[in-house]
Design a protein. Structure first.
Length: 256
């Protein structure tokens, strides 16, 4: 995109993810023509006031590229519209909030011969890719794996009141399984297909004084096709931390 002719780009959303995408796009090519679609009339990025448009599902959009970065529960309806319109699409994780929606999106992508780009950036992490090479060569030496991802949702975005965030609202598509789905993605990337053999959620929201109606603490056990066991925890209460512990016959690998 750098150095090329200007592109017409649409960003759906006006929160922190949309702002980050906007800033990145400007560093790549300042000539890009970027439009925001949001329920908010206007919003600020730094000192700049950004105008927004209302997304009309019944009209053809002039933009060729779209970045979907609004609330998770709204992704589905925008993605279906954009896929049918033959647009190039990037969507912030999670793609959608149910398996039924995921199956329909998958079928539409096949029907219209389109690809969907999703923001799972851990796949570009140098340490993760080092681990992938190691795992591919030493799968038969792995005894077990433990993963952890904790984040204090109250401090998720310093300038935002977490109580107003979609992350803690069921109707907004929140919940730790969806908002911290990075963990499941890099585990699939590292170990391939697996089955969830056991999953448990604990309602600790009142205990930790969290105003939320979604799951904030989840543990699950995965089993790969070649019988590697992986146990994991996701939560909204601890200080921000992510790690992966891999115990092998002779070595122990720790990544954070």
């Amino acid at each position: 995109m750098r150095g090329e002719n200007k592109l017409n780009i649409g960003i759906i959303g006006s929160g922190s993810a949309a702002t980050r995408i906007y800033k990145i796009l400007l560093t790549i090519n300042k000539k890009n023509r970027i439009s925001f679609y949001s329920k908010r009339k206007n919003f600020k990025i730094g000192k700049k006031i950004i105008p927004t448009k209302k997304f009309n599902f019944n009209s053809q959009k002039k933009e060729d590229y779209f970045f979907v970065s609004n609330n998770s529960n709204e992704h589905y309806k925008y993605l279906i519209n954009l896929i049918k319109s033959q647009k190039n699409i990037y969507v912030e994780k999670p793609i959608c909030t149910s398996m039924q929606e995921a199956k329909i999106i998958k079928n539409k992508l096949r029907l219209f011969k389109k690809k969907l780009h999703v923001g799972y950036q851990f796949r570009e992490n140098k340490c993760i890719n080092f681990l992938k090479k190691y795992i591919d060569k030493n799968r038969n030496k792995i005894v077990f794996v433990s993963g952890y991802s904790g984040e204090n949702v109250k401090k998720y975005h310093k300038k935002e009141n977490y109580k107003k965030s979609y992350t803690v609202k069921k109707k907004g598509g929140g919940g730790v399984l969806l908002t911290q789905s990075h963990q499941l993605d890099y585990l699939i990337y590292l170990f391939g297909k697996f089955k969830i053999t056991k999953s448990l959620s604990a309602n600790n929201n009142k205990k930790f004084n969290l105003k939320s109606n979604v799951e904030g603490n989840v543990s699950y056990i995965l089993k790969t096709n070649d019988n590697i066991l992986i146990n994991c925890n996701l939560n909204y209460f601890a200080q921000k931390k992510t790690y992966l512990y891999i115990k092998c016959l002779k070595e122990t690998i720790f990544w954070n």
